[in-house]
Design a protein. Structure first.
Length: 156
C-alpha cells in the first residue's frame, strides 16, 4: 500500500501526530500551508470564524499528487467544531484525485465527529478509518496506542 500523509497544523499538535504516522508507515508526508497569517490572537479569532463559517482559503501549491497513492491520510485540527479551513480547501481542490482516504484530527476536547462528517462530504468517499486525538491524549501519551490502532485499521 502506497500512502501519503497530508496535514495542516497551526500550533504543532497535528504535525506531531502526522509525523508519527508517516514515520511508522515510512511514507511520504506533505504539509498544507495557508497563505493567510494565522498566528497570534487575531489569527486565532480569524481561524475560529473561518472554521465556524466553513470558509475556504488560498493554500500554497502542494508537492505530491494524491492520485499516485493508494491511500491518503488527511489530518486536521478542529476549528470551532469543524475541519480547519486549509484542510477544507485542500480536500475541495483535490478530491477528484483521491483513491482511498483515512482521516485524523486533533482537538482540545474529545468531540471529533464534526470534522469527519465534513471531510467525508467534501471528499465524496467514506474513510477506511478515522482517529481523534484530544489534548489529554497528547499529555498522557495515550495518542501512541491510538496511532497504533489507526495504523492497523488502515492496512488494506
Ligand atoms: C481557532 C481554533 C478553534 C478551535 N476550536 C476547537 C473546538 O471547537 N473544539 C476543540 O476540542 N478544540 C478546538 N481547538 C483546539 C485545537 O483543535 C487543538 O488545540 C489542536 O490540537 C490544534 O492543532 P494544531 O496544533 O495542529 O494547530 C481550536 C483551536 C483553534 C486555534
Amino acid at each position: 500500500m502506497k500512502a501519503l500523509v497530508v496535514y495542516y497544523s497551526r500550533s504543532g499538535n497535528t504535525s506531531k501526530i502526522a509525523h508519527e504516522i508517516a514515520d511508522s508507515l515510512e511514507c511520504d508526508i506533505e504539509e498544507i500551508k495557508d497563505t493567510k497569517k494565522r498566528s497570534g490572537i487575531l489569527g486565532w479569532l480569524k481561524s475560529a470564524n473561518d472554521g465556524r463559517k466553513k470558509s475556504f482559503t488560498t493554500i500554497e501549491q502542494t508537492t505530491y499528487d494524491p492520485a499516485q497513492y493508494d491511500l491518503l491520510i488527511i489530518g486536521t485540527p478542529i476549528w470551532a467544531g469543524n475541519v480547519s479551513t486549509p484542510v477544507r480547501t485542500y480536500i475541495h481542490e483535490k478530491q477528484a484525485y483521491f483513491n482511498n482516504v483515512a482521516f485524523f484530527c486533533t482537538a482540545g476536547g474529545d468531540k471529533f465527529g464534526g470534522p469527519f462528517i465534513d471531510m467525508t462530504d467534501l471528499s465524496g468517499i467514506s474513510p477506511v478509518a478515522t482517529m481523534g486525538i484530544s489534548g489529554k491524549d497528547m499529555k498522557t501519551g495515550a495518542h501512541k496506542s491510538k496511532i497504533q490502532d489507526f495504523i492497523k485499521a488502515i492496512q488494506m
